[in-house]
Write a protein of this length. Structure first.
Length: 160
């Protein structure tokens, strides 16, 4: 026996899931040096936010980013100023990122034989709307032989 799902039921089901944020990255222009940086662009879907890199409460998971490449050493990420947003359901002011934001990551050192095409990053986040917070997830961003290609992964679901 098959089950027919109506549009309303599908919308209700999807209320508890957010598509992964769109993510991309690029090095600053010019020859790679200790004065270069990587800019990671994140776009969070409408009606959702991700917690800022500083948690406003102990039960919230802050956003973080990891980055690596062969022969390149990266510095500490420079995060944008978080948005202070009062959540009426939780009754406290949260620190969030919404819509489009950028994370700048400085290059600290470049070794001989470095390969910027091996650069990959993982953006870890917890998505919330005004009534629920989802389990922490991550998006993998890779620069490879097909420069600019990216792979998105939600941990625990096996979706790519």
């Amino acid at each position: 026996m098959s089950t027919v799902v109506t549009k309303t039921q599908a919308q209700e089901f999807n209320m508890n899931a957010m598509e992964p944020p769109e993510a991309s990255m690029a090095f600053s222009a010019g020859k790679l040096s200790d004065k270069s940086e990587v800019t990671v662009d994140i776009v969070v879907p409408d009606n959702w936010h991700v917690n800022a890199n500083v948690a406003a409460d102990e039960f919230l998971k802050p956003s973080s980013i990891e980055i690596a490449a062969r022969g390149i050493e990266f510095g500490e990420p420079k995060w944008p100023e978080p948005i202070k947003e009062y959540n009426e359901v939780l009754e406290f002011e949260n620190l969030v990122f919404k819509g489009h934001f950028q994370i700048k990551i400085p290059v600290k050192a470049v070794a001989d034989g470095y390969d910027s095409l091996t650069t990959n990053a993982t953006f870890h986040y917890q998505a919330c709307d005004n009534s629920i917070c989802l389990a922490p997830a991550s998006v993998d961003i890779r620069i490879g032989r097909n420069a600019g290609s990216l792979k998105k992964t939600i941990k625990g679901t096996g979706r790519d």
